[in-house]
Design a protein around this ligand. Structure first.
Ligand code: GUN
Ligand code: FE
Length: 423
């Protein structure tokens, strides 16, 4: 059971600076875990069934470290505003509609279907404040076979009526949601506490969520240092905090109690960076979102060089696309422009670095995921790049780099998660 071998060209990362590539190799899955990559199939695996992909490219599954399921309905729109205007005029009115189970079901169906089709095998997802539609989204994601963290959103201030809950309601509904999740006994869909961001969460709500995180070992996701106006607002709302990340730290929501992922970190200063490094906080770099909302470009190579965990997020629908290949491309291009226009002390990102972020960098938020190193959970994606072959010979890494620009739905032809074939 769950013992098999994939044969083809193989590319994966061992760490943030080293890619392994093979023109012709065998990736072995034993009991749902990767047993390694071999140029000759070892005798002990000789009775495992072999799925032959010939010269197709086999890579680890990709992790989307930050996206918003309810915003998928308006993807590709509203890219002409900055964050706070965009939240008030596009996002909050849309999210209010998830009170209606019929709307939520139809909208979440579109999102889960597209997530299933692409190269993403794991994702960390915001829902809305609505407990029941959040549970519906979790049911649908469980059925896809993908591995996800999903959060019921907490907000108790500075948002329109209909979007906000009272502090008591938000806490009570969070506990009800967590109890329902436990009852449903999902195998691969996990809850993650989701204070939306400091401007929308009172000190008390944050503190009590921090206590819940510590008491139940619950991971946390939120947004951090995305936009200059947002950062100014946080300094006014929280005058006792040394910097934006300190508002989460004070509440026990910044990696000291449980794993934590913060989206954006475009404008994080040295103190904030140092605390993320110390607490093992993950940064979800969301380049397309940051360009569409004119937020800026995060100094990602600096974060990597400091040893901070960094993965990629699509942040749909501040970002327009659910594809992590697009996120890799945008990370490279944004880093080029940052280097040219703003700061030549921060290196441009290489293909190897963005491939690392989309695989092992973000995957490690889930434990041993995102690589073909022995003992890793067996998540794999098979890419057919026949439609982009040219006269120019290419190594497996070059083929993946080319797909970073040229990939579409035709190219993703196989997907495996935790040793189970999805298609
Ligand atoms: N900050 C608070 N909420 C959001 C959101 O929905 N998207 C983005 N990009 N930033 C946020
Ligand atoms: Fe976001």
């Amino acid at each position: 059971m769950n013992d098999f071998v994939l044969h083809g060209a193989v590319l994966y990362c061992e760490n943030s600076s080293s890619m392994k590539e093979y023109e012709d190799a065998y990736v072995v899955c034993e009991n749902g875990l990767c047993a390694g990559v071999f140029e000759e199939l070892p005798e002990k695996y000789s009775d495992f069934p072999v799925e032959d992909y010939w010269d197709k490219l086999i890579i680890p599954g990709l992790t989307d470290l930050h996206t918003h399921a309810p915003q998928y309905t308006f993807r590709g729109l509203f890219g002409d505003m900055e964050l706070l205007e965009w939240l008030n005029s596009a996002t909050f009115p849309e999210e209010m509609q998830y009170d209606d189970p019929e709307y939520a079901e139809a909208a979440y169906d579109l999102f889960t279907e597209d997530l299933y089709i692409g190269a993403t095998t794991r994702a960390v997802i915001f829902a809305t404040k609505h407990t029941d539609s959040t549970l519906m989204l979790m049911d649908m994601l469980e059925d896809t076979g993908l591995v996800t963290y999903v959060g019921k959103v907490n907000m108790d201030r500075n948002t329109p009526d209909g979007c906000r809950e009272t502090t008591e309601e938000s806490l009570r509904e969070t506990v009800r949601w967590l109890d329902c999740v436990e009852e449903r006994g999902y195998e691969r869909t996990m809850p993650i506490l989701t204070p939306r961001f400091t401007p929308a969460c009172s000190d008390r709500l944050m503190r009590e969520l921090g206590e819940l995180s510590a008491a139940r070992s619950l991971p946390v996701q939120s947004h951090l240092s995305e936009n200059l106006e947002e950062i100014r607002l946080v300094s006014e709302l929280c005058p006792d905090s040394r910097f934006y990340g300190d508002t989460y730290e004070k509440a026990g929501l910044f990696g000291s109690n449980a794993p934590c992922v913060m989206a954006h970190c475009v404008w994080s200063g040295t103190e904030e960076q140092d605390l993320m490094k110390k607490n093992g906080v993950y940064i979800a770099h969301c380049p397309q979102s940051n360009m569409r909302l004119s937020s800026g470009v995060a100094p990602v190579s600096l974060y990597l060089d400091k040893g901070i965990h960094v993965g990629l997020g699509t942040d749909c629908s501040a970002g327009a696309e659910l594809s992590l290949f697009s996120a890799m491309r945008d990370a490279v291009l944004a880093s080029n422009m940052r280097w040219r226009l703003s700061d030549q002390n921060v290196r441009k990102l290489s293909f190897a670095e963005v491939f690392y972020m989309a695989t092992l960098g973000g995957g490690s938020f889930f434990g041993k995921a995102g690589s073909f190193l022995p003992g890793y959970e067996f998540d794999a994606v098979v890419l057919d790049d026949e439609n982009v072959q040219t006269m120019h010979p290419a190594t497996p890494a070059e083929r993946a780099e080319r797909l970073m620009y040229l990939l579409d739905d035709r190219n993703v032809v196989g997907k495996y998660v935790r040793g189970t074939k999805l298609y």
